[in-house]
Design a protein around this ligand. Structure first.
Ligand code: ZN
Ligand code: ZN
Length: 138
């Protein structure tokens, strides 16, 4: 929450009770939810909130770097409360996305030709396959 408050202050974003609830719900979500899923969770706390508000709030948060948008896979945007460097495993069957840390991936070397063409500030490794649940069904 300190990170949240600090960022809002730095970017002049008013800290409202609604924004706090939305951020907290995302922070406690381990599944990288999209706006609709998060809206269902937030609604339990703020019954009269709209999906549009949740949507807009999440976009605002990601714009100022409070949260991250997970790379899209042709589905609705999904959000990640963890902005520090980490990596993802994605199940191609159920679309679950799980965080993991692995130091050697953080230290991955950027190819020279990429360095020449782009300025890279984030390195993420994405592993894809079947999660444990889906592996059993397959
Ligand atoms: Zn799965
Ligand atoms: Zn993540």
């Amino acid at each position: 929450m300190e990170f949240f408050r600090g960022k809002c202050k730095e970017k002049n974003l008013k800290i409202t009770p609604q924004r706090i609830v939305i951020y907290k719900e995302l922070l406690h979500s381990k599944d990288h939810p999209n706006a609709e899923i998060l809206y269902e969770r937030v609604k339990k706390i703020i019954p009269d909130i709209s999906l549009d508000t949740v949507n807009r709030t999440l976009l605002t948060f990601s714009k100022i770097g409070i949260i991250n948008i997970v790379e899209g896979y042709g589905e609705a945007r999904r959000y990640d409360p963890h902005t520090e460097n980490h990596h993802h495993f994605r199940c191609v069957n159920c679309n679950s996305i799980v965080d993991f840390d692995y130091k050697p991936y953080d230290d991955i070397i950027i190819p020279e030709n990429i360095k020449k063409r782009f300025s890279v500030f984030s390195k993420k490794v994405l592993l894809e396959g079947y999660c444990n649940k889906c592996r059993k069904i397959k």
